[in-house]
Design a protein around this ligand. Sequence first.
Ligand code: ADP
Ligand code: MG
Length: 569
Amino acid sequence: SQHAEKHGFQTEVKQLLHLMIHSLYSNKEIFLRELISNASDAADKLRFKALQDNALFEGDGDLRVQLSVDGDAKTLTIADNGIGMTRDEVMSNLGTIAKSGTKEFFSQLSGDQAKDSQLIGQFGVGFYSAFIVADKVVVRTRAAGVPADQGVQWESAGDGEFTLTPIEKADRGTEITLFLRDDAEEFADAWRLRSIVKTYSDHLSIPVQMWKDEEAERDGPDGEKIPAKPAHWETVNAGKALWLRDKSDISDDEYKEFYKSVAHDFDEPLLWSHNKVEGKHEYTSLLFIPKRAPWDLWNRENQKGIKLYVQRVFIMDDAEQFMPTYLRFVRGLVDSNDLPLNVSREILQDNKVTRAMRSASTKKVLQALSRLAQDDAEKYHTFWDNFGNVLKEGPAEDQANIEKICELLRFASTHDDKAEQRVSLDDYLARMKEGQETIYYIVADSHDAAKNNPALEVFRKKGVEVLLLSDRIDEWFMSHIEDYKEKKFQSVTRGDLDLGKLDDEADKEAQEKLEKDFQSTCERFSKVLGDKVKKVRVTHRLTDSPACIVTDDHDMSTQMAKLMEAAGQ
Ligand code: ADP
Ligand code: MG
């Protein structure tokens, strides 16, 4: 047509397309999940916008997605009557703006196809996954509330360009036609499509429909007559939001598929917690913990994960008010009956209902984790290795749950000297020596540095276990926990270490004698070192090494000093 305009894809979109086409061939069918989930999002967005302006429904409030195939042309069309897109939206959503994080994503690619396609999974594939199965994609769309002649057609072969053409489109919404590749013709088969929809989209609240041909009158199994039926759109999925169903009616597989679609993850979740709460506040929450850390886990600003629904209407993504920052890896949703439909982020910010839901959801997640730690240590270790360092932000953020968080911590320790963090504080308490009143730990730059620190010698000699900490966050983290089950934490590199009842009388006498004998040596050291040191004294911590450096009780630890220096302070 005459107004067709050519545009180039943004560089990163081009790379993404290339990767998609060449790395995802083993899991082709996910394109359908992505396109149906976009249609479902478009329905959610329309419903939400129509809360303010009911006219946007244009007299058609039955939102649905329809799939149709043309076996001869080898095409598959996915049509929705959701919110649609304006020309500007098409431009930015389907071509010129890469999703946030696309850059980071590319920077993490290894070139190993198997690993990289896992990354794509974590990243969320979205609209461009259409090109896994299609060598040409045509999108026809018209935004809700604008005249029929303001439709737009987007067309691309997934190479480097797309074309935009103004069109007339009577019905609101988006229609996507895929011209299937030769090796993807199976997706023009109605049976195949049905089974994919059942697998991936059963839990969506939007009906997914397929055309059913006219049926003649026929005999039923007991000789009764089954009446003729004209051709009609038949709903293929269950069409009820998963979280509203009874827990006992939902299979593990259904939970897993639901997770994959909300979290855009190829992998199954590690665990989930589904709660219907009644009483003072009424809401449902469905919370998942992923197996692996998402690429942007370390970005504390980028707190994604919890979707907010109010009375089953989708309100917003990334409702960060429902989870504390140290549980930002949790994915899922909350559906509240108490919040107003016109709730905004500002209202959520300081709201009784939000606070109550957040505190209850936090407890649910901590509980689910502690159950996992008890029931399946191996799975729990997977969790810990991926998310332990985020959980360590907990004590600083959430004093109220500090005991529960501490139960979940895992450490390396002198018990086995291994680098894997597998020792819980309860393990430690159970192994404490008679007369031991303190939980001893050391923080260093690396596991080896911690393990080989001379300050540990006396502990090894006495058979007292010391926790070996070497994660970047550890110094800061330890400054936020004082005790666990009434036992104080004590760094072995701090101050004049008092081993309390662990030292017996004979030890004490020997120590006093040593101190006297070496008094003049200490004075000479002190003179030579000048103001490089605060004090030189005889230590009883060492058994093999001649000397070590320690910090005063109230001074910054050497580890912290190094961190500050690195930060330019
Ligand atoms: P995501 O869904 O994660 O945002 P996608 O690549 O799947 O990413 O889609 C990109 C954007 O294109 C969507 O955010 C949405 O704005 C728009 N879009 C895609 N499909 C539709 C649709 N069927 N109706 C309306 N907008 C759509
Ligand atoms: Mg999408």
